[in-house]
Write a protein that binds this ligand. Sequence first.
Ligand SMILES: [Zn+2]
Length: 506
Amino acid sequence: MTETKASASKTLYRPTLLYAGGDWIRDGEILVDEAGQIERIGPRTSPVPGQASGAEAGSMLVTIVDWPGKALLPGFVNAHSHAFQRLIRGRSESRGGRAAKTCDFWSWRPTMYYAASRLDPQQVFDVARMAFLEMVLSGTTTVGEFHYLHNAPDGRPYDDPNRLARQVIAAAQSVGIRINLLRTAYLRSGFELPADPGQRRFIETCPEFLRSMQALLETPASAQVHLGVAPHSLRAVPLRDLHHIADWARTHQLPLHMHVSEQVAENAACVREYGVTPVTLLAREGILTGQASLSHQPGGFTAVHAVHVTQREIRLLAEAGATVCACPTTERNLGDGVVQANAMLSAGLRIALGSDSQAQIDPLEDARELEYHLRLLQQRRAILDPSGDSSGVSVSGPSSAARLFQAATANGARSLALPCGELQPGRLADFFTVDLEDSSIAGGSEADLLPLLVFALNRSAVRDVVVQGRTVLRQGRHAAHDEIVQRYRQLHTAVWSGAAGPETRP
Ligand SMILES: [Zn+2]
């Protein structure tokens, strides 16, 4: 990298290739202003307009960053994360010695509850930093953190009920990733279910939740910290409270995220309680369409998972202008099922992506699994290519790759109501670079680079990450990498030492 430093505030990035507006610009450049917004993007005008390299552009000094051999792309937006679940990775991949026991989402939960029960506020910060570091290493510049760890281990609220939320926000700021803290309402165990002690750190009343949301909203604004509202699920939030929460979100123009139809049993419980499945209920109650003031602009309603939905429910979501947030690496890890991405895209429904349980943190792996899971089911290829396969030649061309890349970037930004995820003037300067000589993509040209990236990029090819004009990853290294990993190693040992093994209960 050639970096010509100046004392001023604008920065001009000059990569070999730049992905903007669905196309590659060779020898392009992107000018970022002092507020971290994209001011100009396009073919290179060398030297900087009206000046010699590294001097002044008009009256403003400019720092020039040359990135030969690199491609620059909009940063990924991870629209659904539970940062603390990074702790469970590798701890729930067996039946726990009980061969006859069904191993599924429901048997995975006690392991997650165990991890949740063990963390003090410092450890919540440490594990979140580890998850966010991995995200940055993968080119992710924004995380939507669906945060439901609220109470002390004994179930009582902290003096500040947002104490753990603030720890997670501080972790994001420490790593340098943009965060939308989707504070989560978790009000009960489930329909006709007794209280589960494993959930005592999650549970609040609806008034407590709304008071805590209000307090977060009144916290002085920070440029890279945003808020959203997240009723956990119809299982965890009764309908009457859901209406209060959705109304509150609408009043404050905040995005509304909710787990929807991840599990067949979740649908069955909804039918027992309300007579219909979740999406049908949400549409009937005006929760989807009630977000209409937001539905045709960024934000609105996001249904996380939406695995077990009917064709009619897909149409209902599309008509409401909602987004589905698929989490394929988690859904395959938990055995949830396959998101019907083909039917959703055909209906005009936007799909965003999330790392969810952190079984793996790699946004392009999530993107390609949207396509690959359907291939396995249908024994066909290029399912999400909108041009179809009428020629008889199976080509996974740029169009399907572009759709998947859009899911990993712009659609997530829209779901979180943020002006990022695309490289355009006026948008936030959130982007990353990849090494064009990395073994996983070397040899590609503009004609095939996007499908190469989407279907084959190794995370290690990510070189630089910039969030709102601030470099948080430089040549593949984060300044706090070793410290974050070291603290996480101590935390991991502290939590799991003495644990009997997978699916250990508190
Ligand atoms: Zn989730």
